[in-house]
Design a protein around this ligand. Structure first.
Ligand code: NAD
Length: 289
């Protein structure tokens, strides 16, 4: 069974549009500001996608683009300006940032109320303790996708490969909050296949094409492939194609899987818009998300 993130994202957008219209009746137009530093092509592409998705749903969006050589203080000033702007409800910093900039300092400069990517320690802490917060968009999108297909995670053996704070770690927190049993693997994990074979749900967020092969999984597993990798393909007009971290042959054994592209990626963007609407709704009530 294919877990179609593209189709589910369209459903999410219908709900987002409805909530945007309700907010507009109350005099609030949700606004998202995307801040990008430098001209990395992948970052340009991702910010472009997010801005277009906002436009399609009636969310006011703007992109602030700083030069590759911008200093950390310039970026912090740009964030502070958006923190104070009441028409901006969500702020996202497109990662990665140039190595001269301390990503953590930048993330902590975002007002937690506007941290719709869910990377600020305030939101990380609220999500980890299960009291609320903005969950990061990728893990939130993964769980929404599993829910949509009726794949219950309670009590399941969930193995997550990759432990970054953007993908692997927060995914572990969200699955744990749903009462799954979690194993998190990373570059230092000794026998990866030992763990992946135990998985009833396998989430792979590493950035290495073909890392997971058929021999490493069990029959009937649900595979969530977060990886986005460009590989050279001379038959493709663009000269490359996008693949995940899981070898295509794994599908023979899987009960369900997310395609790449078209699985987790569209859900991540959809959850960003949903979080922005939640931030705008919270701005009316003053309640901490
Ligand atoms: P990262 O480089 O920050 O983290 C990679 C993680 O994988 C680390 O925890 C590392 O220890 C682990 N790892 C590396 N090699 C390994 C190996 N051989 N065995 C086991 N673990 C290994 O990357 P990231 O930002 O988490 O992104 C991971 C992938 O997910 C990338 O392809 C990225 O493009 C993709 N991604 C996709 C989305 C989306 O919306 N679809 C969102 C975020 C990230």
């Amino acid at each position: 069974m294919i877990l179609d993130g593209e189709s589910l994202a369209k459903k999410v957008y219908l709900d987002v549009k409805k909530r945007v219209a309700e907010l507009e009746e109350k005099g609030v137009r949700p606004g998202l500001c995307a801040i990008r530093v430098g001209s990395d092509p992948a970052s340009q592409l991702y910010v472009g996608k997010k801005i277009r998705a906002c436009e399609n749903c009636g969310i006011k969006s703007k992109a602030v683009i700083l030069d590759e050589t911008a200093e950390e203080s310039e970026l912090i000033s740009a964030i502070q300006k958006e923190n104070e702007d009441p028409s901006t409800h969500g702020i996202l910093i497109q990662l990665p940032l140039p190595s001269s900039i301390d990503t953590q300092i930048v993330i902590e400069a975002i007002s937690p109320k506007k941290d719709v990517d869910g990377f600020h320690p305030f939101n990380v802490g609220r999500v980890a303790t299960g009291v609320g917060g903005f969950p990061p968009c990728t893990p939130k999108g993964i769980l929404r996708l599993l829910d949509e297909y009726g794949l219950d995670v309670r009590g399941k053996e969930v193995v997550i490969v990759g432990a970054s704070r953007i993908a692997g770690r927060p995914t572990a927190e969200l699955f744990l909050s749903r009462m799954a049993t979690i194993t998190v693997c990373h570059i230092e994990t000794k026998d990866l296949a030992f763990h992946t074979r135990r998985a009833e749900i396998l989430v792979v967020a590493v950035g290495r094409p073909g890392l997971i092969t058929k021999e490493m999984i069990s029959q009937g597993v649900v595979i969530v492939d977060v990886g986005v990798n460009r590989i050279i393909d001379s038959n493709n007009p663009r000269g490359f194609r996008v693949v995940g971290d899981v070898a295509p042959s794994c599908r023979e054994r899987a009960y369900a899987w997310t395609p790449v592209p078209g699985g987790v990626g569209p859900m991540t963007v959809a959850m960003l818009l949903e979080n922005t609407v939640i931030a705008a709704e919270a701005s009316l009530t003053g309640i901490t998300v």
